[in-house]
Design a protein around this ligand. Sequence first.
Ligand SMILES: C[S@@+](CC[C@H](N)C(=O)[O-])C[C@H]1O[C@@H](n2cnc3c(N)ncnc32)[C@H](O)[C@@H]1O
Length: 482
Amino acid sequence: MARSAVYDHTLVTIFNAIKVCEQISQTPATPATVATPAPTVTQVDWIQFHGGNGGFHLDTNTKPKSYVGPIAVHEFEGRGLGLVATRKITAGDVLLIEDAFAMSSTCGALISQATAELARTCCNKFAVATPLEMSAFWCLHSQSDCQNPNWKEIGRRKTIFEEYLAHLHAGEIHNNSMQSRYVPKPCLEKQDKAVASIVSSNSRKTEHWNAWTLLLDESESLGGLWLAASLFNHSCLGNVVINYGSSKECGSTLVARAATTIETGEELLHTYVYPFDTVHERQKKLQHIYGFHCCCARCALEAPHALVASQLADRLESELQKFSAARGKGINGRNDMAKIVKMIRSVLASVDKAAEDLSAGLRRLWRSQFLWGDHGLAMAAQEAGLFQEAVDAFRNCVSLVAMVAPSSEYELKYRMMLTQSLSRWALSAPASNLPSADDLKEALKHAEEAHNRLYGGGGRHFVCRMKKRLEDVYAALRRLQS
Ligand SMILES: C[S@@+](CC[C@H](N)C(=O)[O-])C[C@H]1O[C@@H](n2cnc3c(N)ncnc32)[C@H](O)[C@@H]1O
């Protein structure tokens, strides 16, 4: 007889963790009466930092101070300054924790509005910023016609940023920099143009991923400028993931982590654009927003096939639009949905056929441009009641995302979608055709590992964030084990 689900180790752990989380969320933290030392990175309570199921009271003593991991400033031919690893780093390790130099004030503003607001906030900050912060600001990357006297002085920029990282590492910004006194500023009439250029090259939008839907919540995002994090250069195969605190106290704090194992001396690269766009779309955005032509390893491999990729992406998009129009009809719409599944599958087969002559490694990279097609196929298959096919399509998403955007929010999202698809299959199909409990537990374990590489913390944090989603998983495991 199968073991009762109640005694399954994984489930007991999950449910104990949920209980603990509920108790914590109902207990207001007592205000600290004596100053306690700031926690080290390993002591930081990442549940409080990234938010769990809401309602947490953040004790400001647990707010992480700035932190600089094993990183150093380096000069790169053709792309200015960047950051490198000073020792071997493991996926999930924290590289940098930094407070924003300035933030825009309107949540979810359009990029143009957020950028204009951010430029104004930067100018307001000048009155209170330390000389070193000001020097680092004026040494940020700018477009060539920006009127900033520093942008061509790479040696000076490097020294200032080394000094800035050293002070950030010490946990505070001092005023006593010798170098910083010698950084020229643009004259007052040219200042606005110089600030606008710096903001357009270096600003970021904070990203908030809704823990229930696992979708990016654009309405919560703010524009911000982080001095040290501005040094991460771009690659479409990045090795750094960035996220932000989600509470009021931590919203302006950025955390950068290693997405993969990184060797000593390797450049630290973040992906500035949506990683599953076609090569043409990615390169167009990078040229338009950041003014450079991306020649990363992935673009170099994909670019010769850009035209075919764009044509196939258009065909796939048109099939997915049919899915969007037909969805939501439940059992009555299953036949129509099965036809749509067939059409999506046929375009994805053409995508694979177009890559037949490519080498095996390139074939998978090529396929990653169409990950959203597998996502659509999985959703349509689920609506058509084709659970095995939905699970296979989510497995494909997971393997593509782990190659192109490892440890990212996207990896967590697709790993959770896979566990939920397995659960839905377990809960909906006849007993003669069920997935195995081991497959479901394996998928759940991988999702938790992806979560921990991205957000830090352990199982309790995972359960907190994923609580609603795990309810389905729990029910499915009970059915599979009964
Ligand atoms: C946020 S800054 C990154 C730091 C910058 N390299 C510096 O020297 O301060 C963004 C700018 O860096 C350059 N950049 C970043 N990644 C690049 C890449 N892969 N190839 C060429 N230039 C790049 C572009 O000029 C871009 O506008």
